[in-house]
Write a protein that binds this ligand. Sequence first.
Ligand SMILES: [Zn+2]
Length: 158
Amino acid sequence: MGLDATVYCDCFELGRLKSAPKPEWSVFVAEDGSRCSSAGDINLLVDFDKWNIEACEHLDGVLLSLRLGNISLVSALSAQVKKTWADFPILLNRVLYSGSHTGDYIETNLVLGLQAEVARLAHVHAECAEDEEAIRLFHAELEELVSCALRVHKPIAF
Ligand SMILES: [Zn+2]
């Protein structure tokens, strides 16, 4: 298990699609930023899924997807960050609160706040070299996710 973080592309919103979706699929952008169908019929949903996988240049509409580490790594990181918990409310409550949360997301309007926390993460260090390496990798991945999300005005989904 790990913590997968995803930023979806904005090709649907910008009309950068290889083929237009069928009107009966009722395609919309979900709160996590992904393309969804509100069609009630299972066959329509299957057709939508097939279309969605290759609807744009990004497989399944995924612009960036990173594995942020396994459960033990996330808990080690959480322990370090908690020492200065007041500086990292979004990171602690929305990212590190569980090593394997899924189906939730950090809203677009919170991504800027997360960016400030990620910048502060540069000053968080671990005592042992292994944890330090993990924190630096985590920091770099979060920077990439935040800048990607801000670029396309999308949430960071888990
Ligand atoms: Zn795309």
